[in-house]
Design a protein around this ligand. Structure first.
Ligand code: GDP
Ligand code: GDP
Length: 436
């Protein structure tokens, strides 16, 4: 499981600049689906000797002036409870502010590594001014310029030194790991109890416990499953209990370990930005996804409700067009029994391997149906295709000029693969390589 490094601090101190600087690249446009990467504020950082997940906690919600401080406090508190390392960033140009002091006080009670960072120290001249931050009563202040990179390599060295050794992922052969994700009150606990078929006892979780989720192994149709349930977590810390805030970090951690993610949505409330954030992450991480619309009993329905709701969901979650949708009521139990059947199907698809001969047949058909584009004056030629991985299904297509296969043709081929082989619930990865 990857450790989480969270960046906290007031707006405008340079958190997202630092985020990009540590990431070492401009925010990558992964897909052209709007919404997936637009407000991307989490990333896997793999360019250093230890991988970690980096989160800019400031960016999860739109911030209005009056909500700003409340917002910062809440997200900082959640980060404090759930991150492994905290980067507290202040603005060296502006100097020490009362809210810096307030957050620092909060951090003092935390038994986790915290790095105090003063940003916008662009040159030696500004170093002196930064010393006022020692008034926070901390041992070490990192003065950096996120914009110019000054001081950042040292900061990264310190982060790496503090990162815990990656805990080996328990990987029971054949076990399917299911994560139930969704905002507070969408009905996760109710659903989990239904799925498990009994009222699970929540063993008096105490504040500050390091558990991020409640894992329950169970057997269904002779197969082993592990249910990763984030519902129990909000009762964990005092802070999140009081706030009842949706923690993106917690959701990301649960999805990190999952094969299949059940994204639970409240039928009445519909999809929120945070649902988009976590679903986008599931997609980028290559997790299989099933959309579960809960509290279906609460809607006034007619014979078009399902199709209209489906259409709305499809246009919101464009990047999850492959995800099955199930309308349930966890409260009454309506259609809850469909979920495990769907999980079994999706799991089979997620682990499915298509033979190279079938794939090449498909590639030839696809090429006939829609000629590949011309690139640099020459028509592209697709040589062959092979499936190189499962979970998620990953394909390599060898081409005379891989860089010439633009997105629309990639999507066309992806759709052809889906038409022929299904892969319901699974994101598909296509890679194009120059033929050697
Ligand atoms: P966030 O709201 O905390 O994420 O802050 P941003 O990363 O969006 O930065 C806010 C402003 O500070 C932007 O105009 C940045 O260009 C500027 N900024 C960020 N880092 C530095 C720095 O190291 N030096 C200077 N002079 N400006 C910076
Ligand atoms: P969680 O915070 O996501 O774990 O949500 P809970 O399972 O605690 O449910 C929150 C509230 O919604 C509780 O009062 C549940 O009884 C209620 N609830 C859960 N599922 C349904 C449902 O399908 N229909 C209705 N009407 N209420 C539900």
């Amino acid at each position: 499981m990857m450790p989480v490094v969270a960046i906290v601090g007031r707006p405008n101190v340079g958190k997202s600049t630092l985020f990009n600087r540590i990431l070492g690249q401009r925010k990558a446009i992964v897909e052209d689906f709007p919404g997936v990467t637009r407000d991307r504020n989490y990333a896997e950082v793999t360019r250093y000797e230890k991988p970690f997940t980096l989160i800019d906690t400031g960016g999860f919600e739109p911030v209005t002036e009056e909500r700003m401080l409340v917002q910062m406090r809440e997200q900082s508190q959640l980060a404090i409870e759930e991150a492994d390392i905290i980067l507290f960033v202040a603005d060296g140009k502006e100097g020490l502010t009362p809210s810096d002091v307030e957050v620092a006080q909060m951090l003092r009670r935390v038994d986790k590594p915290i790095l105090y960072v003063v940003n916008k120290v662009d040159g030696d001249a500004q170093e002196v001014g930064a010393t006022e931050f020692y008034a926070l009563g901390v041992e070490t202040i990192h003065t950096i310029s996120a914009e110019h990179g000054r001081g950042v390599p040292d900061l990264i060295d310190d982060i790496l030194a503090l990162l815990p050794e990656a805990a080996p992922l328990r990987d029971n052969e054949g076990e399917v790991r299911l994560a139930v994700i969704g905002r507070p009150n969408v009905g996760k606990s109710t659903l989990v109890n239904r799925l498990l078929g009994f009222e699970r006892m929540v063993a008096n979780p105490t504040a500050g416990t390091t558990r991020d989720s409640v894992d329950t192994p169970f057997i269904y149709n002779k197969n082993n499953y592990l249910l990763i349930d984030t519902a129990g977590i909000r009762r964990k810390g005092k802070v999140s209990q009081r706030l009842e805030k949706f923690s993106v970090i917690q959701a990301l951690k649960a999805m990190e370990r999952a094969h299949i993610v059940l994204v639970v949505i409240d039928a009445e409330e519909g999809v929120t930005d945070q649902d988009m954030t976590v679903a986008g992450y599931a997609y980028e991480k290559g997790r299989a996804v099933i959309l579960v619309v809960n509290k279906w009993d609460r809607l006034e329905k007619n014979n078009r409700t399902v199709s209209e709701y489906t259409e709305t969901l499809r246009s919101t979650f464009k990047f999850l067009s492959f995800a099955p949708i199930i309308f349930i009521s966890a409260l009454t139990g309506q259609r809850v029994n469909k979920i495990m059947g769907e999980v079994e199907k999706v799991s089979a698809e997620f682990n499915k391997k298509i033979s190279t001969s079938h794939l090449n047949q498909l590639l030839a058909d696809a090429e006939r149906g829609h000629q590949p584009p011309v690139y640099q004056g020459k028509r592209l030629k697709l040589f062959y295709i092979t499936q190189t991985a499962v979970r998620p299904p990953t394909f390599i297509i060898f081409v005379n000029k891989a860089e010439g296969v633009h997105f629309s043709y990639q999507r066309y081929l992806g759709n052809k693969i889906r038409e022929a082989f299904g892969f319901s619930g699974c994101p598909i990865r296509l890679q194009f390589k120059d033929r050697e």
